[in-house]
Design a protein around this ligand. Sequence first.
Ligand SMILES: Nc1ncnc2c1ncn2[C@@H]1O[C@H](COP(=O)(O)OP(=O)(O)O)[C@@H](O)[C@H]1O
Ligand SMILES: [Mg+2]
Length: 154
Amino acid sequence: MILTEDELTAWGFRLGSEAEVPLFLGLRGQLGAGKSVLARAIARGAGVEGTLPSPTFNLLFRYPGRDGVEVVHMDLYRLREPSELWELGWEELGQGPEIVLVEWPERAGPLLPEDRWDIHLSVPEPGSSLRAVQVHRVGVPPHLPGFPVTLERG
Ligand SMILES: Nc1ncnc2c1ncn2[C@@H]1O[C@H](COP(=O)(O)OP(=O)(O)O)[C@@H](O)[C@H]1O
Ligand SMILES: [Mg+2]
């Protein structure tokens, strides 16, 4: 699936508003692929208000959303080794009513949860304003709202 930024954002918003929790999403792709754009759209859809800074240095931000749902946004780019995750409360993640969004999930190696969705974003050609989106189910995660994406063009 190839999406414009508006389409990716619309899907993320729907995903965030309809997700069954807990839901764990790994957001893969190079710098600039759109992982944070998608994460913010999902958070907005879940009812998160206010600014959503990149968790580049903090590694983890937690936001209250609608109906008791919490959005956890992580960026593991600067994680040096998976064991650092324990300090972030990794063990408890995804046990409550959370949408857990993890950029650079590969940094967590074998500590990733068994049941999750991995979403891979890539730039189809240099400078393009489109993004290729590949979705992989790992284990038995809850349903992923809005996928396959239905495009509404007016
Ligand atoms: N189709 C698209 N989907 C998402 N982002 C896009 C798209 N086209 C262009 N962009 C731009 O690409 C950049 C993606 O940045 P960001 O989400 O921070 O990347 P990442 O978190 O993967 O490093 C943003 O500046 C965004 O405006
Ligand atoms: Mg990012």
